[in-house]
Design a protein around this ligand. Structure first.
Ligand code: FPP
Length: 255
């Protein structure tokens, strides 16, 4: 496989680049990063150690995604339901996010990555909001991989948020009820302008969607694996893509 981009480092030698069809790379890959807690428990470590290891895994996934020419990578980092976790863990996750953006943003920027946040940013701590805004500002004109980090994100709450915005438009006579269709509705979601995910990946052995991109995954291909997120690497991402390339996507039609 020839690399169209010269990103980060050289491609990893042990990765299965040969068996990937570079002309059929999914444009949008979404990942539910799961299993950090169980990864840590298995090693007798605190759950936060699992989240830290999860950040390391993220680095390889972003690099491999760039190298493969994936256009959009959506990552479920913190859900609207994750506030139910112990306060210590929530604080550690927020801190990790701030540290991650602070530490990595220059490197991501150098590699032409654009950072985009989906979710209710206003509900996040001030420090996180500030870091998010500066990462967004710095990278917004980049033309490479677009990384959507889902923070304080829930699929149902995103839909309600969109409905309220639509209802306001109708009330103000800016929109006709009859003109509302799927395309217009999509334009009110956090993912406005972004194509739906082609491939949704969930590691850690759980076989559910957990309120991630509910509207957008209507026709996504799902790929599950038992590997805990901190052990997930570009190698697994490539395996998922190779499997994806064998699937026959019919979108409800026939071929
Ligand atoms: C799920 O594992 C993971 C999370 C709730 C957080 C994911 C966050 C990261 C990988 C790091 C922070 C992200 C960024 C963008 C810096 P879990 O805790 O539910 O694991 P378990 O199911 O084994 O308990």
């Amino acid at each position: 496989m020839k690399f169209i981009r010269n990103m980060f480092t050289k491609p990893h030698a042990e990765y299965d680049f040969e068996n990937i069809d570079i002309t059929r790379i999914p444009e949008h890959v979404a990942i539910i990063m799961d299993g950090n807690g169980r990864w840590a428990k298995k090693r007798g470590l605190p759950r936060t150690a699992g989240h830290k290891a999860g950040v390391e895994a993220l680095r390889d996934i972003i690099r491999t995604s760039s190298q493969l020419g994936i256009k959009y990578l959506s990552l479920y980092a913190f859900s609207t339901e994750n506030w139910k976790r112990p306060e210590d863990e929530v604080n550690a996750l927020m801190q990790l996010l701030v540290m991650y953006l602070r530490k990595e943003v220059q490197e991501l920027h150098k590699n032409n990555v654009k950072i985009n946040i989906i979710g209710d940013i206003d509900g996040l701590p001030k420090s996180a909001q500030e870091e998010i805004h500066s990462a967004f500002e710095l990278t917004q004109n980049n033309q490479g991989l677009i990384v959507n980090i889902a923070l304080n994100y829930g699929g149902r709450s995103e839909i309600i948020h969109a409905i309220k915005a639509l209802a306001r438009k109708v009330k103000n006579n800016e929109l006709e009820i009859e003109s509302i269709d799927e395309e217009i509705f999509s334009g009110f979601l956090y993912t406005a302008g972004i194509p739906d995910p082609d491939l949704l990946i969930r590691p850690s052995g759980e076989l559910r969607v957990s309120n991630f991109l509910l509207w957008q995954i209507a026709y996504s291909e799902f790929w599950f694996s038992n590997i805990y997120w901190p052990d997930f690497s570009g190698k697994h991402l490539m395996k998922a893509i190779i499997d994806y390339q064998k699937r026959d996507r019919r979108y409800g039609g026939v071929k």
